[in-house]
Write a protein that binds this ligand. Structure first.
Ligand code: SAH
Length: 250
């Protein structure tokens, strides 16, 4: 009897292979084909079975590399051929990825699928910078948003919340000044601390601290980078609250 194919939608985490889940590792070791996003690190891909075919598919900051329909068709084709497919996406596949659309396509095609969650980059960035994303002293809410839509920073920034909220911005592709201005228009104070974390969990990880007022002057960090805004960032910064010390690189 022919083996039944299956697609695993696997979270590759933020970069460091040590942050893969054991289940993700097991799927990688057993998959016939690994279909990965641009953000997946070479160190993670190296954990795939040596017998596996490794294929790139993905996008970065909206620059489409493989049309989504082509990825759907490829996953369906491979699964129908009885193969086990690891569809590997950066961070967690259910956050700002295409897993939702991919699950719909697999469902319509009658293909078996399973999600293997991963460490999302907001968690990795917070860990890198030593910032609690929620803290009863400063934030009872966590808002995850992506600013990016067709090359523009199009996100609706929520107004500051009673009890405090932390906002994490995935894909902060727009100029920092433009993003900071959106927060100010939404009612956030210029003194609100923020941190930009680039390459969280990788050897080239960088953290820059600023405030919404000073963020526009910060050097542009290489992608992938994530922005964290809110009083929780100040818990990490302590009393060192001036621009000279804020633009530190850890
Ligand atoms: N599914 C992913 C997010 C994909 S969107 C997740 O759960 O993390 C891609 C965005 O994720 C990037 O533009 C960046 O904002 C963020 N990102 C991914 N890896 C990162 C890393 N190592 N450090 C900082 N941000 C990262």
């Amino acid at each position: 009897m022919k083996k039944r194919g299956k697609v695993y939608l696997v979270g590759a985490g933020p970069g460091d292979p040590e942050l893969l889940t054991l289940r993700a590792l097991r799927v990688l070791e057993n998959a016939d084909v690994v279909l990965h996003d641009a953000l997946v690190s070479p160190e993670v891909l190296a954990l795939s079975s040596p017998a596996a075919a490794v294929e790139a598919a993905g996008k970065r900051c909206g620059k489409e590399q493989t049309p989504q329909e082509v990825i759907h068709a490829r996953m369906i084709e491979l699964a129908r051929a009885g193969l086990t497919v690891a569809r590997l996406q950066g961070g967690d596949p259910l956050l700002f990825g295409r897993a939702g659309e991919e699950i719909s396509a697999l469902e319509s095609a009658g293909v078996d699928w399973e999600v293997v969650p991963g460490v999302t980059s907001a968690s990795a960035a917070a860990a890198a910078a030593g910032i609690p994303l929620t803290d009863r002293r400063a934030a009872g809410q966590l808002i995850l948003l992506t600013g990016h839509r067709a090359g523009k920073f199009a996100a609706e920034i929520p107004a500051p919340q009673a009890g405090g909220a932390t906002v994490t911005v995935y894909m902060p592709c727009a100029p920092y000044e433009e993003i900071a201005e959106k927060f100010r228009v939404a009612g956030w104070q210029g003194e609100t601390p923020c941190a930009i974390v680039s390459g969280a969990s990788t050897p080239w990880q960088k953290v820059v601290h600023a405030t919404l007022a000073t963020m526009g002057k910060c050097e542009r960090l290489p992608a992938p980078a994530l922005l964290i805004v809110g009083e929780v960032v100040g818990l990490r910064m302590g009393a060192r609250n001036d621009m000279a010390t804020l633009a530190q690189v850890i």
